[in-house]
Design a protein. Structure first.
Length: 191
């Protein structure tokens, strides 16, 4: 029931935005009473956290599948990592999480809990990509920098898409970025 309610909350926020989010809409979407919803979640903030956790867990499952299927070949790992980040930062889960985060940023009780949820769900994904690069002989520092910088690059482009539709430049930027990483940036190769 909690997962059903969490998914319903996620769907309501994805459709309407967090600023128009109402628990009554979640109960209606999940086809339960308001009382049933409140039995599982004590208040609107708890439902909001459940929605963001649902979004991040779903995205994490997709990332883990990609990680499992990615062979430990240097160029393949880089390409698949970039594709994974494009999928996450271009997907509904990221936009729902961002919408909630922006709307809740002034809520002193909710904002740190959201940051903790994001870290709990995304950090393990970044760590796994770092380990994939380490398996290809990358130093811990180089691999960690490459993962964080790639996430920053892709998330920046995702945010930029709010103001400009320049998706046509992504393939050429992706290739330049992959070349930069393969050629030794952000640190010199240890090999």
């Amino acid at each position: 029931m909690r997962e059903r309610l969490s998914r319903a909350a996620y769907e309501v926020i994805a459709e309407r935005g967090h600023s128009a989010f109402r628990t009554a809409a979640v109960a209606a979407r999940a086809r339960v009473s308001q009382g049933a919803l409140l039995h599982h979640f004590s208040n609107k903030d708890a439902v909001t956290l459940a929605a963001i956790e649902y979004a991040l867990a779903t995205a994490g499952s997709t990332s883990r599948l990609r990680l499992e299927r990615t062979p430990n070949l240097d160029g393949t790992v880089l390409r698949e990592m970039l594709a994974d980040f494009r999928s996450f930062f271009g997907g509904d889960g990221f936009w729902v999480a961002l919408d909630i985060t922006m709307d809740a940023s002034k809520n002193a009780k909710l904002a740190p809990r959201i940051r903790n949820l994001v870290a709990a769900h995304r950090r393990p994904i970044y760590d796994e990509w770092t380990q994939k690069l380490r398996a290809n002989g990358w130093s811990e520092s180089r691999a960690g920098h490459a993962v964080r910088m790639t996430a920053a690059l892709v998330s920046g482009f995702a945010i930029r898409s709010l103001w400009t539709a320049d998706e046509t430049v992504w393939p050429s930027i992706d290739e330049l970025w992959l070349k930069f990483l393969r050629d030794g940036g952000p640190d010199r190769p240890t090999q």
